[in-house]
Design a protein around this ligand. Sequence first.
Ligand code: KIV
Ligand code: ZN
Length: 513
Amino acid sequence: MTEKEFYMSEYIPDIETNLPKKVWIFDTTLRDGEQMPGVTYTIDEKVLIANQLDELRVPKIEAGFPVTSRGETEAVKKIASLGLDSTICALARPLKGDIDRALDCDVPYIHIFISTSDLHIEHMMNTTREDVMRQTIEGITYAKDHGVRVEFSPQDATRTDMGFLKEICVAAADAGAEMLNIPDTVGVMTPRITYEFFKELKNTVDTPLSAHAHNDLGQATATSLAAVEAGAEQIHVCVNGLGERAGNTSLEEVALSLAAQYEIETGLNYKKIAETSMLVERLSGIYMPSSTPIIGDNAFSHEAGIHVHGVLGHRGNYEIMSAEFVGKRSRVVAGKHAGRHGIFKMVTEMGLEPSEDQLKQIAREVKSLGDTGKVVSDSDLYAIARNVMDIRKEDRVKLDQLLVVTGNNIVPTASVTLIVDGNQMIGSGTGNGPIDSAINAIRNVVNGFADFTLEKFMMKAITGGTDAVADVTVGVRSGDKFITANSVNGDTVMASVEAILKGMNRLLDKKEA
Ligand code: KIV
Ligand code: ZN
């Protein structure tokens, strides 16, 4: 069987759709995504994200809502000045002050929004439909008169009276809006109803339609795609599905659905999906659960014996797309469901060659460790295998001493003494906390010899209280080699350092293998 890009269902019933040839991805990670409670970026971080979105080849980036603060204005202005291929957009209400602030940022595209549902008009804006209509026309006309392109959003569109929604969409288009974005502001729609909703609007206006969904009932991706089925040519998304409350439509889910299920062009550079997601995780501080589609740690990981056997035979058996397509790697992981095929693959990649009996014993020990409720990391498997095979190999990098100083009004600083291949090596590092400084100190010592990037860092408190025992799992990478390692210690810094050293030693072993 030849390798295909996607392994999808072949059942394609004859259903009514009005699919466009191309869908524009409008990314609002820097605006609606930043409205998620607890998420805020510095100007430099916003620039990093904008550059990354440009590399992902996102056609439109909503860089912010300039009137909210001076910093926001500066960030949008800076992003607009980067000369990116993506069209940079700023959000504004149809108010002269808002639009002037957006114009000050030198953006070519302004997204104007106003609430149109009676609920919002009466209980939030204390005004009337007539006034909303007047503001809309005046705002769009004012922006157009200043030479920018305009997209219009009737906020809370899906709870707006359909007659009034049609009227305001027609008026906005007549005033010069080139895109009508229909927000399901509080995520109330089902896919089927969204389809009918967009179909009705499509029959009313010729201006392209866009979908903007929130995920309050976990339907944002499904309703956005239903809008596309009815002819919407643009979807608003956020990286990692960040956004107000339960978030916005996820960029990753929509992009991959369009490519795999609908075969619709988006122009995205799919290989940059994982990298973009990881950057936003790091800068937002919101880490995705491992079960998150496409970008979660487990999206392309296989533990259960039958599944591992299946993907090793042909990846299409249990993977609908290759992990590489989105810039990830498929992995086999050890655990209580693991079979011998998977364990054999993992230990041979570690450079070990167990006999048939040793392999059975390793599998038994992995399962019994898994039965205790523990996640079996790569370094656990390595330790089990070495023990079973009676390999007495010393770690190449060992911790001799660690001193960390932290407090208020000082930069957390660590000094470390490592024994590397029997030689004492000393170094120091600073960081944004004691763990970061300790890891940076280690990094400085092993620089050029055992370089690694820390892709994952997870800490769980096993017990409660300030004396809780810390359980740290790290994922470290060197080139195409990736290892997970784990350590448990009453001291959070020591648990982290031990996990890093374990991971680093296993990476060195892998390199030698
Ligand atoms: O959800 C919403 O209605 C919005 C508007 C500003 C478009 O984010
Ligand atoms: Zn929104």
